[in-house]
Design a protein around this ligand. Structure first.
Ligand code: ATP
Ligand code: MG
Length: 202
């Protein structure tokens, strides 16, 4: 059994997708709709452990990261197993965290995210599920994109187009607050998913 597999086995998730316990070598750094993410202590790596009902996504996400491997905007991956993937730990803040802390997101950042996504498209992928928690700005001001599991889906995903539109039509305007509480951002995300924000159809 590999070291990473041993680490993955220290994580216990119950049938309701609640994190019950995890080993001392791990630090819990993120929770998504399909997985818990941990920093592996004394290493620059992170391990994403999928909820039991989503463990099959590990293989798909690892395969997509392999297609993106040499593109610097995506974390390198080191190993994948039945329910986990091991990748670079990203030191920085997601765009969601930046907005809630009032840290400015520039036009140059948006342009670079576009470029990062176009490089994935050039490899035959269809970047999907591009939301604020899946885009990082590192401490050295570089863009990193994570959570690529849906990049091979065929269906048209308008999330990034809508985020760019909101950036141009709202965020860049002086009336728009540059610091937005996470509570408000979550409400906006909820309304967006429901299709209840006119002219921002999902
Ligand atoms: N490599 C990483 N380095 C640092 N933090 C990370 C890393 N990967 C994930 N995270 C953190 O963990 C959170 C959840 O990870 P991720 O988006 O991969 O999970 P998910 O279940 O696929 O999410 P979603 O709800 O978007 O489908 C991220 O939003 C981010 O805050
Ligand atoms: Mg995510």
């Amino acid at each position: 059994m590999s070291t990473y597999e041993t680490l993955a086995k220290t994580v216990h998730i119950d049938g309701k997708n609640r994190l019950i316990s995890y080993g001392d070598a791990l630090e819990h750094i993120g929770t998504g709709r399909s997985a818990f993410v941990f920093r592996i202590q004394s290493s620059g790596k992170a391990i994403k452990i999928f909820f039991p009902a989503y463990s099959h996504i590990a293989k798909e996400e690892a395969a997509i990261y392999k297609i993106l491997q040499d593109i610097p905007y995506y974390p390198a991956i080191y190993e994948s197993g039945l329910n986990y993937i091991v990748m670079d730990y990203i030191e920085g803040l997601t765009l969601f965290e930046r907005l809630s802390k009032g840290k400015i997101i520039t036009k140059a950042h948006i342009k670079e995210i576009d470029h990062a996504l176009s490089l994935a498209a050039e490899r035959g992928l269809n970047p999907s599920d591009i939301h604020l928690r899946n885009i990082f700005l590192t401490d050295t001001d570089e863009i990193m994109i994570i959570d690529v599991a849906r990049f091979r889906q065929m269906k048209d995903c308008r999330q990034w187009m809508n985020l760019k539109k909101a950036y141009d039509q709202l965020y860049t305007k002086c009336f728009f607050p540059k610091k937005v509480s996470s509570h408000f951002l979550n409400i906006l995300a909820f309304l967006y998913k429901k299709g209840w924000i006119p002219s921002y159809r999902a």
